[in-house]
Design a protein around this ligand. Structure first.
Ligand SMILES: [Zn+2]
Length: 96
């Protein structure tokens, strides 16, 4: 046992809960567009599909609303393993 009483613990929990509520004033909007791709803010020509964007550092998620004209994943552009996936093409279909 530490020196704290049950009442003190109750006060700690209450203040912790209040702090947690204060940090989350508004919940995320429910109708947010799904992330379809990732973009490198330092290199606008880079566009990564969800599969490749997840493993890349420093990229920001973009939604279909950010890509009205769609886009092609540029992963591996400089190698022979080019992805070339249309990021707006049904993301759930990962099979070949
Ligand atoms: Zn890709």
């Amino acid at each position: 046992m530490t020196g704290r009483t049950a009442l003190e613990y109750r006060g700690l929990i209450a203040s912790a809960l209040m702090a947690a509520e204060a940090q989350q004033p508004t919940p995320a909007p429910a109708e947010e567009a799904p992330v379809v791709a990732y973009r490198d803010p330092n290199n606008p020509r880079v566009l990564l599909c969800r599969e490749h964007g997840k493993q890349w550092h420093g990229v920001v998620p973009v939604t279909s609303e950010d890509l009205p004209d769609g886009g092609i994943c540029t992963f591996g552009r400089l190698s022979s393993l080019t992805c070339g996936r249309d990021v707006l093409a049904a993301p759930a279909e990962e099979t070949k």
